[in-house]
Design a protein around this ligand. Structure first.
Ligand code: PBG
Length: 324
């Protein structure tokens, strides 16, 4: 049907009609809030490149989780900044490590909140890479055991779900096997299956003090030019036992989210990363855009592309908008 028989504007004229035919809706159930835990007490360090986000000691982390719960957010993703870094990332899997302590504090104070933990070594290694380094190279197989140990230590501390973000081959299988053997067969794995070597992680590396001290992450994270490879990565992780497949970053990879939604039958998570947050905040603080509207439009676009779950630093702010 063509104009003038068909008029697309008829159903756009009135708000009730716009509401009736809306295809995508965001809800607070879609959001996971990432949080950064540091050692100490009473500290709330602003992250300069992420206005409104902080490094938090456990007491303040609990407050942030309570606020997230109040606005209806179902889950948080915890990252830890350890007191010391070493070659074997020992503070990543220590029972008194920062994430392990943070899990216990949050579980104790806000038991209803689901705790997901980022499983990676880059914040804990002195070289800042996500795996073990042998002779100047990232050694895939030598890293698997430490990653599985890290995931297990999170589960033992009370984590409800683990999320490996290191991009070593075979880590999902190794973590699944370890969790199963140790009595955690009910703990799901959200795999950062499709993680690109992206410049959008810049602010995070400042927030988590996790920049690589030499080279870059292109030998393990994906080439932004590739899309078929996303299917292979996701398929591999599903075979190994992943329960949720994540795409990261989100905004420049909406095509990948859409493609995976079509091709796989697991829930898809999208991580709207630090650089995406920083860009919107910077433009908002300069008065160049309406930050709240751009935030909501961005989150909606990620959902429309096919994401079932969105990891976003905007989670609390967006939840407040939705609850208004
Ligand atoms: C750790 C990890 C990173 C992010 C999440 N987990 C950084 C990286 O891979 O360098 C990025 C999150 C963000 O930018 O918001 N491997």
């Amino acid at each position: 049907m063509l104009f003038p028989d068909f008029r697309a504007r008829r159903l756009r004229e009135k708000e009730p009609f716009r509401r009736m035919i809306r295809e995508t809706t965001l809800t607070v159930n879609d959001f996971i809030l990432p949080l950064f835990a540091i050692e100490g007490k009473g500290v709330k360090n602003p992250i300069p490149s992420m206005p409104g986000q902080f490094q938090l000691t456990c007491d303040n982390l609990v407050k942030a989780v309570k606020e997230a719960k109040e606005v209806g957010i179902p889950a948080v993703m915890l990252f830890g900044l350890p007191d010391k870094k070493d070659e074997l990332a020992t503070r990543a899997y220590a029972s008194d490590g920062i994430v392990q302590k943070a899990i216990k504090s949050v579980k104790n104070a806000v038991p209803e909140m689901a705790i997901i933990t980022d499983v990676c070594l880059c914040q804990y290694t002195d070289h800042g890479h996500c795996g073990m380094v042998q002779k100047g190279k990232i050694d895939n197989d030598a890293s698997l055991d430490l990653l599985a140990k890290t995931a297990l230590s999170h589960a033992k501390a009370g984590a409800d779900m683990v999320a490996p973000s290191d991009m070593m081959d075979g880590r999902v299988g190794e973590i699944r096997e370890t969790l199963d053997e140790e009595g955690f067969s009910g703990t799901p794995i959200m795999s950062y299956a499709v993680k690109y070597a992206s410049a959008f992680y810049g602010p995070f590396r400042q927030a988590a003090d996790s920049a690589p001290q030499f080279g870059d992450r292109r030998s393990y994270q994906m080439d932004p030019a590739n899309s078929l490879e996303a299917i292979r990565e996701a398929t591999m992780d599903i075979e190994e036992g992943a329960d949720i497949i994540m795409v990261k970053p989100a905004l420049s990879y909406l095509d990948i989210i859409h493609r995976l939604k079509d091709e796989i039958d697991l829930p898809i998570a999208a991580y709207s990363v630090s650089g995406e947050y920083a860009m919107i905040k910077a433009a908002e603080l300069n008065g160049w855009i309406d930050g709240k509207k751009v935030m909501m439009e961005t989150l909606l676009s990620i959902k429309r592309a096919g994401a079932d779950i969105i990891l976003t630093y905007f989670a609390v702010e967006a939840a407040k908008e939705l609850n208004r």
